[in-house]
Design a protein around this ligand. Structure first.
Ligand code: HEM
Length: 392
């Protein structure tokens, strides 16, 4: 009998073989202790998130859903009509045309950081390259001071810290989350005292739904979502991509010789290197999923994104990394009502990082001794992935 424990060390060692068994043997796995169903097949998750039968009112991440902590009131936990209206107000910041306008800013910073890294001889793809870019983009969108970006990026990294003796965030993570809240509260207070028209923060302050402004705590939780969501995931995907390209040197050489392939290559990287293991929802009406399992109202479910992206029912030879695959759909950005708002921006950041790294240093190496893998119920991938350059 299959037994799935999302906190088990053996599962952190190899989530892929656990997921394969779940897809084959128990596609809607019920965990009694956590009172939660875990969906593992691509089609089941795609259908659930598109059905409109589930909400995020009990939260989405493992901290909310598996530990029964009440969720905060950010966009990601809201329901229509409030959710629809706030998303509509925010969309202009994330649209394809805004993304294009952001690209020169991203490229300039990526060039600088890649050049510095080559001079130094090494760089951590996650914390010292990807995260320094994604935090600057989030700060620019929100309208926060760029000089604070690196300090906040470190806090965001720490906010997901884990220890083997604690289920979920450890004390260091909780302290970093509290410090980040404090930092954002101060910036909101400043802006309330001295309004500007400088970005998403000012739009959140000016926003009215049915004539009422957002309560102060909701502005804070949304800022937290934008800083953390915007900063933390992209660098992990990028680090995973650097690793894949290093593992498959023919594909790396092909890409370096023709950088117009970078967009498709990053799409494939997003599929195989999705770092977020799971996010979930709660049923708002009785629903049948996963081949006939009845989900009652109020029931929590989790979407195993990483499993879905490797489902052999959706992808031929799913464990093969192939920059030419052009998968018609993936589940890295969710889908439906809560589809990632930053999806265009994230893809642009990833593409530019690949283009600049490969145009300057196509022959980079990985220092395998310095690799640190994430061990957590929430994220997988590389905590540290040291790239070394020929001069090191
Ligand atoms: C590779 C990078 C990224 C990945 C893999 C990713 C993934 C996701 C996923 C899976 C969701 C759905 C959450 C859920 O189901 O509860 C989401 C939502 C969201 N993401 Fe991203 N994201 C990325 C980058 C970004 C960036 C760069 C930003 C902002 C600058 C961003 C902002 C958001 C926001 C605001 C939501 C909430 C949308 C809503 O609930 O309506 N994300 N993201």
């Amino acid at each position: 009998m299959l037994e799935f424990d999302p906190f088990a060390e053996s599962y952190f060692d190899d989530p892929f073989s656990v997921y394969k068994r779940m897809r084959d043997e128990s596609r809607a796995y019920y965990h009694e202790g956590l009172d939660c169903y875990f969906l593992s097949r691509f089609e089941d998750i795609w259908e659930a998130v598109g059905s409109g039968h589930f909400s995020h009112r009990k939260g989405t991440n493992t901290q909310d859903l598996l530990a029964d902590k009440p969720p905060n009131l950010a966009l990601s936990s809201m329901s229509p009509p409030d959710h629809t209206a706030l998303r509509k107000m925010l969309w202009p910041f994330f649209s394809p045309s805004s993304t294009r306008a952001l690209e020169p800013f991203v490229r300039e910073h990526v060039k600088t950081f890649v050049n510095e890294a080559i001079e130094r001889g090494r760089v951590d793809a996650n914390g010292e390259l990807g995260r320094r870019i994604s935090v600057r983009v989030a700060f620019r969108l929100i309208g926060l001071p760029q000089e604070d970006a690196d300090r906040v990026a470190d806090l965001v990294g720490l906010a997901f810290d884990r220890s083997s003796d604690v289920k979920g965030p450890n004390q260091r993570a909780l302290d970093a989350q509290a410090e980040l809240h404090g930092y954002l509260e101060d910036r909101i207070q400043e802006r309330l005292e001295m309004p500007r028209e400088d970005g998403l923060l000012d739009s959140l302050i000016a926003y009215r739904f049915e004539g009422r402004p957002l309560p102060a705590d909701q502005i804070l939780f949304n800022l937290y979502l934008f800083v953390v969501g915007g900063t933390e995931t992209l660098p992990k995907v990028f680090a995973g991509g650097v690793y894949q390209l290093w593992k498959y040197p023919e594909q790396r050489a092909e890409l370096a010789a023709d950088l117009s392939l970078a967009k498709d290559a990053f799409w494939e990287i997003l599929r195989v290197e999705m770092p977020t293991l799971m996010l979930g929802a709660c049923a708002e009406q009785e629903t049948e999923i996963g081949g006939g399992t009845k989900i009652p109202v109020g029931q929590k479910i989790m979407h195993l994104w990483v499993s879905a992206n490797r489902d052999e029912r959706e992808f031929d030879d799913p464990d093969r990394f192939d920059i030419h695959r052009k998968a018609p759909r993936i589940l890295t950005f969710n889908n439906g009502r809560h589809r990632c708002l930053g999806a265009h921006i994230a893809q642009m950041e990833g593409r530019v990082l690949l283009e600049e790294l490969l145009s300057r240093a196509p022959e980079f190496e990985i220092d395998e001794g310095g690799v640190v893998r994430i061990r957590s119920e929430f994220f997988r991938g590389f905590d540290k992935l040291p790239i070394v350059f020929g001069n090191a």
